[in-house]
Ligand binder design. Sequence first.
Ligand SMILES: C[S@@+](CC[C@H](N)C(=O)[O-])C[C@H]1O[C@@H](n2cnc3c(N)ncnc32)[C@H](O)[C@@H]1O
Length: 373
Amino acid sequence: MPQFRHPMLVEETHDERSRAAFIASLREYTMSDLYPKLRRHYEQTLAPAYAAAHGKPPESPDRVRAVMEGSQLYTGYSLLVRGTQELLWDTLGEVVEKQLPILIPRAAAARATRGTLELNPRLPIPAYTAAVDIHVMPGGFHTEITDDDLFAGALYDRGVHVFAFGGLGPLNDEMGVATAAAVRRQFPDIKPGKILDLGCGAGNSTLPLADAFPEAEVYGLDLGAPMVRYAAARAAVLGKSIHFSQADAAHTHFPDASFDVIVSNLLLHEMPRPAIMDVLRECHRLLRPGGVMLHHDLLGWPEDPYDSFMMSWTTRHNNEPYERASGTLNFPKDCAAVGFAEEDVFVVAEPGAYMEEVYQVSGIRGARKRGTS
Ligand SMILES: C[S@@+](CC[C@H](N)C(=O)[O-])C[C@H]1O[C@@H](n2cnc3c(N)ncnc32)[C@H](O)[C@@H]1O
């Protein structure tokens, strides 16, 4: 599915688009063709050979790992997936960097037309984010390479589209559309006045909230200044008035009981467990009585040793050290520990707008705060 070409999206020459299309095809090949082939190879050849030698199939992710790391197909798969990831950022990064002199003033002009942007140059960037280039993205989400920088935001917006080979939809809003729909469907009694999107990134998942709740004031926050600078400009050129700020989702600047709805999309899997607990606690503080939080991310960790081993691939090879922390949360108990009632915790399945299979590993978890506003 082609990406919608809005004025903040980096412009590519014919050759640059062709390179991006090649990377998207390579990603699709590794995920849609090679990944299932690898599973068949494990089930039909590697696991039976192990069982013949040991009297039982590999019973833990570590055993699966020992088997898989001896397989040329797995080594080839790993090389290709990691290589494609590096190629993606290198290729698109070059294009975005070249266009910063055009994109930066264009963004400033767009931001002046609608919405707001609040930056906090003194915001401490937590070590768990600063210490790694998450997803192998150079500089992560927060590094600034020039004045008024938006490199990371522009790169992420184009990069995530190529990464998902278009499956997130023309505006990369697959998850945000589902999260907004879940709020409407599950909580028809809530008529939100204020909604907050934590870890909003380039705003891909924030805009669907404005579409679903046109009466509400929508806020988005992110640690990275380049992300919110870009998000605010992108929202403005797409005709949405949204309030963006640079802040830590675990310790925000908003007063108690500020929001009716708080969401996050693909945030928790990037945090270590103590930070996730701080985010849940902050949500409880920020919600009005009767308000609701929804976190769209990994839903638990697979028990099957093969699936568990494959799920940890990104942790070992793609600079995503904390993915397992979000997968192993005991969500009801963790929510109860920060003030929600365990009975008010829920899990919902919301069909994806474009890519059904995403929901096999992810889902929406949340909790409603007791009381009425
Ligand atoms: C994978 S991106 C998802 C972006 C967006 N939610 C979306 O759906 O496209 C994760 C985002 O979370 C942000 N993030 C990570 N830790 C954060 C924190 N403690 N506070 C605020 N944002 C954070 C990152 O900067 C990044 O932009």
